[in-house]
Structure formats: C-alpha cells, structure tokens
Design a binder for this molecule. Structure first.
Ligand code: 13P
Length: 261
C-alpha cells in the first residue's frame, strides 16, 4: 500500500529565527492519522526545524544535495553533512534544473548520493508550458526519468523509499494548477516509464505526488485520483491554515485507502 505524503517545500523562505515556530505550528495543525508529513526548509534552518519537531512524527528534508560526498566544491552541501539534520531530500526540482543547470544525469548522481547516505529522495519531474501545449509532456517526463534512473538499481531506490513528484513547471507558483485528471494521467505515465527501466511491479508501489499551485481548495482534485499519493507544496506550505486544510483532506484519502489506524 502506497503512503499518502504531504511534503512542504519552503524554497528560499524563512530564517533560523522563525523556521522553528512555523514548523511547530504546522506540525500541531496537521496531525492526521495515516498521513506522512515532511517539511523541507532551507539548509540553515534544518537544525531549528529538527529541534522544533522533536517528538512530532514529521520528517525533515533538504531541498538539494551535491552530487559528490565531499571535496573542493565551495558553497555546496553534501548528503553526508545532513546526518542528524534531515532524513528526506528533494532532488531535481525544476527551479534547480532551470536556474542551476541541473541535468537528468546530474540528478541521477545526486540520487546515488542520497541512497548512499540513507536519505529518502523526492525526485521531481515535469514539463514546461511549451511542451504541454505541443502534447509532449509524457515524452519529456519519460526522458527525465530515463536520464536520472537508467542503470540504477530499482531495488536500492525502492528500499530508499523513492517518491516521485510530478510538478509541471507551468503550474509552479503561477496559481494555475493542473487538473486532477491530467495529474493522474501523468502519474500513470510516470509508472509506465519506470517499468522498462526494470522496475516491474515496483513501479506500482512507487508513490507519485503532484506539485504546482496546490492549495487547501484544490488538493481534493488530486487526492481524489487513485494514482496520486499526495502533494509537494510550495507557497501554501508557508501558511499553517493552508497546511491544516491540505492535511485534513489527505486524512480522508488515507482513511479511504485503509492507511489511517
Ligand atoms: P507552488 O506550490 O508554490 O506552486 O510550488 C510548487 C513547488 O515547486 C513545490 O516543490
């Protein structure tokens, strides 16, 4: 049974002085049986968020790692450095692909480092608007997955708890979300892309999240789709009221899927 995951990507927001309180508030308002919660603050706020969440069943994640474990890479953070700070990591976010030139093969190397360090990866894929408008979305996502996953051991990645987030770039931060049906079709396409990479039945067991302008108002469109297993949330994840609404809706899906005990 796939989990229901609600993951907050705070991006480049919050400071160590305010992140802990925000995390604590969100945690206290999102306690819902059967829902896996993750908060991904900026690196410098990881310790504050970890401390604030002590005793709460909320995962802490980083938003990126370097593709090497150590070395002369000024300003970078490696998977090993997250020991004791984070247990999840977002990889291949479209903002990293667009602004920091991350390629599929680089994202693949980062996945290796995450697995080495025991971090649970959330691998992001998604097409830009021009690709959606010309009907190329499935091919784009297929090639992103192939570029990052081909030649990598599905068993190791599944054991690391790999989660895939479908985040259409045109829906991120735009207020223009995909429809539930479109997101579900892409979740199906993602699992179909995994199968020829040797994933077999593991593809069906891999959680697929939707991300892109998710709010408490539209979350039901996505969680009403059996192929979708949660959300990766940007802007709304900084708002406790929004997160409370999103988690409450996720709890309904968790209960319907028999996850809430
Ligand atoms: P928004 O929810 O702000 O559109 O961001 C989505 C996202 O990029 C999450 O990783």
């Amino acid at each position: 049974m796939r989990p229901i995951v609600i993951a907050a990507n705070w991006k480049m927001n919050t400071t160590p002085a305010d992140a802990g309180e925000l995390a604590r508030t969100i945690a206290s308002r999102t306690r819902v049986p059967g829902v896996t919660r993750v908060i991904c603050p900026p690196y410098v706020s990881l310790a504050a968020v970890r401390d604030a969440l002590s005793g709460e069943d909320v995962g802490v994640g980083a938003q990126n790692i370097h593709h090497e474990l150590a070395g002369a890479f000024t300003g970078e953070i490696s998977a090993l450095m997250l020991d004791g700070l984070a247990t999840w990591v977002i990889l291949g976010h479209s903002e990293r692909r667009a602004y920091f030139n991350e390629t599929d093969s680089l994202v693949g190397r980062k996945l290796d480092r995450a697995v080495d360090a025991g971090l649970r990866p959330i691998l992001c894929v998604g097409e830009v608007l021009a690709d959606r408008e010309s009907g190329r979305q499935t091919g784009i996502v297929d090639s992103q997955l192939r570029g990052a996953l081909e030649g990598r051991d599905p068993v190791a990645l599944a054991a690391a708890g790999l989660v895939i987030a479908y985040e259409p770039v045109w829906a991120i931060g735009t207020g223009r979300n995909a429809s539930g049906a479109d997101a579900a079709a892409m979740a199906d396409a993602i699992r179909a892309a995994l199968r020829p990479l040797g994933w077999g039945g593991t593809a069906e067991a891999t959680p697929v999240l939707y991300g892109g302008s998710v709010t408490s108002t539209n979350i039901g469109d996505f969680l009403g789709e059996p192929a979708i297993d949660g959300a990766l949330i940007g802007g709304a994840s900084l708002k406790p009221d929004e997160m409370a609404g999103i988690a409450a809706r996720a709890g309904l899906t968790a209960a319907a899927r028999g996850l809430a005990t």
